[in-house]
Design a protein. Structure first.
Length: 318
């Protein structure tokens, strides 16, 4: 992320929040969506965040705008064609009429909930309707799905678990979860979670390639599965356990992750979703795991992803 506030999100005023999001939306200065006019570095702002130094950018000194450029509705007026540009138009927040302070509170609640948060609890916490809270959660999950992080590296443990939906449907929902976890002494490394609709080896190997960097060392109970279908250069280590069956006797670090995933899916969300939506919840769980111990940093990272131009997730990558 190229832009980061120097104070906690909870301490920023609504104007400072606006300028922080503006710095994330236009990191090199305002650019008109109509005529593509670009703000010059000499056109420095005088807003609250600029004056107090709350928002800083690596590309330019505090990304803000001269007061005369902004309307009372917090829109930026293009100095070339006169078009008024909204901060959220064309982004994930397009059409979401929510005050920035309440949006910040929703992001903080979502990112800080170790085991997830339901739409009912989020709505109660923010005093908003459950459908509105459900829409916000859906936006957050799509943002996490589209903004996949860096692939894992070093020594990575890979294993598979089985997820079955308790919903009384015919046929009953079932999917396989491929777990990849970096092995580090302290703190624990990052993880990656991918859903596979079936246990076909080539599909599982393809998901591992998307999570792990080439030239990494992969520890697995079934190296022949991934080595056979891998077109990248990996070093495989065979770890022997009591059983090589999928979902049984998982590697220790993967077993810890699998237990956490099961706890969140069953106890927080009651597995009240269909298998095609499982990946969105897995991305959410992995995001929180990778930022555990840093709730404000995770909230800042998520908030910054909401305002760049909307990029839908690649449906070809579950």
């Amino acid at each position: 992320m190229k832009t980061k506030p120097t104070r906690k999100l909870a301490d920023l005023s609504e104007e400072e929040l606006w300028e922080f999001l503006a710095a994330c939306r236009w990191p090199r200065g305002f650019q008109c969506p109509k005529c593509m006019w670009q703000q010059r570095a000499s056109d420095k702002g005088t807003g609250a965040a600029h004056a107090r130094g709350a928002v800083k950018s690596r590309n330019r000194s505090p990304a803000s705008f001269p007061a005369r450029w902004k309307t009372k509705q917090n829109r930026v007026v293009c100095q070339n064609c006169g078009r008024q540009a909204s901060l959220t138009a064309g982004t994930w927040l397009h059409g979401a009429r929510i005050p920035l302070a309440k949006l910040r509170d929703a992001v903080v609640a979502f990112a800080g909930a170790e085991k997830g948060i339901s739409a009912e609890h989020l709505g109660e916490r923010l005093s908003i309707a459950v459908p509105s809270a459900r829409r916000l959660l859906a936006i957050f999950r799509f943002v996490l799905r589209s903004g996949a992080g860096d692939r894992l590296g070093g020594v990575v443990a890979v294993d598979e678990a089985v997820w079955e939906s308790p919903r009384r449907t015919k046929p009953k929902g079932k999917a396989w979860i491929i777990i990849a976890a970096e092995k580090r002494a302290a703190p624990h490394g990052r993880i990656g979670l991918r859903m596979s609709p079936n246990a076909i080896d080539i599909e599982m190997a393809d998901r591992v390639r998307k999570m792990v960097k080439p030239k990494s060392t992969i520890e697995t109970r079934r190296p022949e599965v991934y080595e056979k279908w891998s077109d990248q250069k990996y070093l495989f280590r065979h770890v022997h356990t009591a059983s090589d069956a999928i979902g049984k006797d998982l590697l220790p670090v993967c077993g810890e992750v699998a237990a956490h995933v099961s706890d969140v899916l069953q106890n927080t969300y009651r597995s009240a979703f269909s298998p095609e939506h499982l990946q969105a919840f897995l991305d959410e769980i992995a995001f929180r795991w990778n930022y555990r111990g840093s709730p404000d940093e995770s909230a800042t990272a998520l908030l910054a992803r909401l305002v760049p131009r909307y990029i839908p997730p690649d449906d070809g990558v579950p």
